[in-house]
Design a protein around this ligand. Sequence first.
Ligand SMILES: [Zn+2]
Length: 142
Amino acid sequence: MSASRLSIPQYAMALAHVASLRSEDPYRKVGAAALDFDNRVIGTAYNGLAPGYNPPPGFWDDRDKRQKFMLHAEVNLCSLFRRGEAKIVATTTMPCTACMQTLCAYGIKEIYYREIYHVSDAPEIAALYQVKLEQVSEFPIC
Ligand SMILES: [Zn+2]
């Protein structure tokens, strides 16, 4: 890795990583960051429960049961801007199929991820809509 200056994808991924540290999910912490067409930061988000919901004790114990309630980082991220405002999204894990569809609906042009998510159709969706989908594994906070 170059010690001089971060690339824009690395910069976005570092922000996504920091956001993932805020996730309340004990099993899978996912962070995401969005940049606009001038590479300015629109915002960051992470996976978790809807704002204001306080889970009862034991909620986190059953991973399968709680999964449907979790709002993915990308969906939370898209709540921060309108379609066409964001150009770049970085996520710490490759978007799932539903999130990839959502990112396409919001007009995202470039998507960077760190970890591969094998059950996702994201690569196929990206190819169809000509969205750049690339892995970024080297960035300063690992
Ligand atoms: Zn998702």
